[in-house]
Design a protein around this ligand. Structure first.
Ligand code: ZN
Length: 291
């Protein structure tokens, strides 16, 4: 239904904006990189999809960083969407989760905070936060939009696994009422979002999916579509910048070994940096600071 590995933006004549994403390959890539068990894969998959659909100002290249700081088993979850088409993410406890994927529904079991930062060509980045409570990531994101951004929204996120714990489908939708939109139409269309199935593991469709498909075709006009994939923004330049922000004492301690290794949390890429390179970086920084 949702085109595989794409993000699609729609608008209805009744003033409802709809963003739909199929993030299956991006979530599979994250699972492979981080060796994730189903619980953490489900939570991360939903968080990555949420970042993708929250970044819906595609005209201004909006990016979204999402942090769910929870004390639940998967630990803090980080997901970024940028350039309207790239996703990345990780959890601090990828090993969390039972062997049986049937139990794993992408539910945050701990309390904490959801922190969302939006980046766009139009304005300075801005960050807002809401308290998290135990519940499905879909509900957490809906509550964030309704409370913090004060936009009437409905969000549905799904990650489906096969019997071996491999991700079969990942994706989601977000409907938002625009300022001049028809509130009653929004309520009637999206009252039962939690009953919809965006993907179905079998060929046969269930009533929820049929309802979703007919709604899609009848009510919404496609605006824009883009492919979605996993990609990380880490680079030696970023690392150099981050190291330049360290206090002098910590820089000194980095120079004790012949080289240091830095591993990117998001993509697992390893960077080995020799003492000579570090020395040169810090030296050039001191020169830059003086001039
Ligand atoms: Zn990386």
């Amino acid at each position: 239904m949702i085109e595989p590995n794409t993000i699609q933006h729609f608008l209805s004549p009744s003033g409802i904006r709809l963003t739909a994403a199929d993030t299956t390959e991006a979530v599979r890539t994250a699972c492979r990189i981080h060796h994730m068990r189903p619980l953490s894969a489900s939570v991360l998959g939903k968080a990555m999809t949420a970042a993708a659909i929250l970044a819906n100002d595609f005209k201004n290249h909006e990016g979204v960083s999402l942090k769910m700081l929870t004390d639940g088993p998967s630990g803090p979850v980080y997901a970024d969407a940028y350039e309207g088409r790239y996703l990345r993410g990780y959890t601090e406890h990828p090993e969390a989760g039972a062997a049986c994927p049937d139990d794993e529904k992408g539910v945050i079991t701990g309390a904490g905070q959801l922190i969302v930062t939006r980046y766009s060509l139009l304005r300075q980045p801005y960050t807002s936060a809401v308290n998290l409570w135990p519940g499905d990531v879909s509900d957490v994101i809906s509550a964030y939009l309704n409370l913090s951004e004060q936009v009437l929204s409905a969000v549905r996120l799904e990650v489906l696994f096969d019997g071996k714990g491999k991700v079969v489908h990942a994706g989601g939708i977000m409907a938002q009422l625009m300022p001049e939109g028809d509130r009653e139409k929004m309520a009637s269309l999206f009252r039962k979002t939690e009953e919809w199935q965006l993907f179905h593991p079998e060929k046969s469709k269930d009533p929820g999916q049929a309802e979703f498909e007919s709604l899609w075709k009848k009510e919404f006009i496609p605006l824009y579509q883009s492919p979605v994939s996993f990609r990380c923004t880490c680079s030696l330049e970023h690392i150099r910048h981050n190291l330049s922000l360290l206090p002098a004492q910590e820089k000194e301690s980095l120079l004790k070994d012949s080289s240091i290794e830095i591993v990117c949390h998001y993509c697992g890429r390893k960077y080995e940096i020799s003492r000579e390179t570090l020395n040169q970086w810090f030296h050039e920084q001191r020169k830059g600071d003086v001039s």
